[in-house]
Design a protein around this ligand. Structure first.
Ligand SMILES: N[C@@H](CCC(=O)N[C@@H](CS)C(=O)NCC(=O)O)C(=O)O
Length: 200
């Protein structure tokens, strides 16, 4: 059994979508980051960085924080969504790292400055919107000749989907990125994705 510590955000949903995809049983522990629950000593013992998501695998006693590490852990535990041959594995891992270092931080900053910041700073909004649209272009080009980000559906798709899926909330459109739009529409039809996106 896996204990999942999460909240209603794209990073949290990467982990819940993955747990649904690999069909592992899990308990959901809601960490309400708007109520500072990520800063309790009990949670810091699980994630020293005070962010969601994190998991505790009761079968192994292993705790994992950072959503990318969680996806790799669950893929290796189940043998799903991460190829084992070296070439295929690194084709997925490079796109997973691209998500972790690019998509998540840049789209997250755009959310913050465009939606949540009490002071609207045009420079910051333009900087992160421009970078988000540039990343849309990178993904769109990759998806022009790949059905999924790395060919077969993988943890690269699981990591990226929850961040692209919120494009309307970010005041953006995918109309100029037809391959990315086609991919979002395909991934959102997966029953495991629909279940995972509703957790917690
Ligand atoms: N790189 C981390 C980022 C996690 C992250 O930023 N989580 C946000 C929610 S999406 C959070 O917990 N924020 C609470 C805070 O910053 O205090 C991961 O991918 O797990």
């Amino acid at each position: 059994m896996i204990d999942l510590y999460t909240f209603t955000t794209p990073n949290g949903r990467k982990a819940s979508v993955m747990l649904e995809e690999v069909e592992l049983p899990y308990n959901v522990h809601k960490i309400n980051i708007t109520k500072q629950e990520q800063f309790t000593p009990e949670y810091i013992a699980i994630n020293p960085n005070s962010k969601i998501p994190a998991i505790v695998d009761q079968d192994t006693g292993i705790t994992v924080f950072e959503s990318g590490a969680i996806l790799i852990y669950l893929a290796e535990k189940t043998g799903k969504l991460l190829p084992t041959d070296q070439k295929g594995r690194f084709q997925v891992l490079e796109w997973l790292m691209f998500q972790m270092g690019g998509v998540g931080p840049m789209f997250g900053q755009l959310n913050h400055f465009k939606k949540f910041a009490s002071e609207k700073i045009p420079y910051a909004i333009e900087r992160y919107e421009k970078e988000t649209l540039r990343i849309y272009g990178v993904l769109d080009k990759q998806l022009a000749d790949h059905e999924f980000i790395s060919g077969d559906y993988s943890i690269a798709d699981v990591a990226t989907y929850p961040w692209v899926a919120v494009y309307e909330m970010q005041g953006l459109t995918l109309d100029n990125h037809p391959n990315l739009k086609r991919w979002v529409e395909t991934v959102q039809q997966r029953p495991a994705v629909q279940r995972g996106m509703n957790v917690p």
